[in-house]
Write a protein that binds this ligand. Structure first.
Ligand SMILES: Nc1ncnc2c1ncn2[C@@H]1O[C@H](COP(=O)(O)OP(=O)(O)OP(=O)(O)O)[C@@H](O)[C@H]1O
Ligand SMILES: [Mg+2]
Length: 193
């Protein structure tokens, strides 16, 4: 694959987007755009949702700002958990980080989020929501899922550089937590909202 100019790194919160993107950007000599952080630093939100404990972003402003950054960057790694916002972009690839639900639960615990928010995010991971959203903006030939459950960010970056960018990895969705879970395991993550 020619050196990519625009890479989107997505996934449920806690799957390691920021850790991986930072390292990948360093290795490729690209800019790392952590969209959540950028939105907060530049106050590109319209309100704060107390119940969800998250900002409601000003979508038009964020789109416009990202568009400008992409146009003026030689190469950029966009670290975002709602890739569907970037439907105007034509990324070279979208990398989706996946983490087994019980391990993701462990990674999200220190955040002290409301139980409902943790469950909602774990259910999104079980159902593969980030992958479905990535597929709403590019074809499956441009998406690559990586399981970060037992992998340090360094190993994930090695997979991107040596397997994906070298054309050795097969694109398309491949991870399915749901089919491995019993109804009893699944019901633990039922949430209201
Ligand atoms: N591969 C990994 N193995 C173990 N822990 C990890 C791994 N990747 C990230 N973590 C840890 O999980 C936490 C979340 O990582 P990180 O902030 O990179 O995730 P994120 O996907 O960017 O989350 P958010 O969407 O909330 O920004 C951090 O404490 C990080 O140290
Ligand atoms: Mg992050």
């Amino acid at each position: 694959m020619a050196k990519p100019r625009v890479i989107i790194v997505t996934g449920t919160p806690g799957t390691g987007k920021t850790s991986v993107s930072r390292l990948l950007a360093e290795k490729l000599g690209c800019i790392h755009l952590d969209v959540s952080r950028y939105v907060i630093e530049n106050r590109m939100y319209v309100s704060y949702d107390e119940e969800r404990q998250s900002y409601v972003i000003d979508e038009d402003r964020v789109r416009e700002a990202i568009k400008k950054l992409v146009e003026t960057s030689k190469c950029i790694i966009i670290d975002i958990h709602y890739p569907e916002l970037l439907d105007f972009l034509q990324p070279d690839i979208i990398i989706i980080l996946r983490t087994a639900p019980e391990i993701l639960e462990r990674r999200l615990k220190p955040r002290n989020w409301p139980e409902n928010k943790v469950k909602e995010n774990i259910m999104a991971e079980i159902l593969g929501v980030p992958t479905a959203n990535a597929l709403s903006i590019v074809g499956s030939d441009k998406i690559y899922e990586i399981d970060t459950t037992d992998r340090e960010p360094e190993e994930v970056v090695r997979i991107v550089l040596e397997d994906i960018l070298e054309g050795k990895a097969k694109p398309g969705p491949k991870i399915d937590w749901l089919s491995r879970m019993s109804p009893d395991e699944l019901i633990k993550y039922e949430y209201s909202g």
